[in-house]
Write a protein that binds this ligand. Sequence first.
Ligand SMILES: O=C[C@H](O)COP(=O)(O)O
Length: 262
Amino acid sequence: MLMRKIYIAGNWKMNKGLQETKNFLETVIPELNKLKLENVIPLIAPAYPFLEEALKGSYGSCMQVSAQDVSVHSEGAYTGEVSAGMLASLGLKYCIVGHSERRQYHNETDATVNAKILKLFENHITPLVCIGETLQQREEGKTENVILSQLSGCLKNIKLLSGEEIILAYEPVWAIGTGKTATPSQAQEVHNLIRNWLKSNYSDKVAEKLSLLYGGSIKPGNLQELLDCEDIDGGLIGGASLKEEDFLEMVQIGRKSKGQEC
Ligand SMILES: O=C[C@H](O)COP(=O)(O)O
């Protein structure tokens, strides 16, 4: 019996405009509606201007919609920023924070991510928090330290009781958009480290219920072997989530994995 929710989460990054968003949903939603998806949650994260269209197009289906980022501020003179309150007013339930591209190009730190999580909590939005090491850190044998330090920094003073308040995504930076996926055993090793940290720092219940996604060059051809790992509860998928047929195939793989009825 599956204990955790499996997410097939498409991070569209700065891809797809209005018409492409509509086309994607017009193709994907009728297919999703034919499936019996128990614990599998399909999710897409379009760019800000198309969130409302994505919510409209997904309405009444199991598709969930997420933002890709949020401001640390609530309101005020912050040109270009979007607050958690604004996202909540659209009816949004999920938001990605701490993606390595935000860390790399916008100098976001674990403290920034922590502040964003708090804002999302205040607005009843589930944060999908990304962590992961760079190639240099892995080669220097620092993966474990980096992951543990990101966990304690991002989750500082964050209360978790059920484990379903938050989703974590382990994304080794060297595997993002490079075609280099972590091997299932490399990914499982880090996921197990994270699960044990959750046990020690929260509770068995939180560790048991919290969905822990892998991200980095996932495609239909390698998703199954990743989902076969005990501690991998879905994927945060960039490039391969943009194609309707690949997204649907990955939802089907998620549905058939981990003892899901199909
Ligand atoms: O958020 C998604 C990740 O950055 C993975 O992107 P990718 O699947 O294109 O490697």
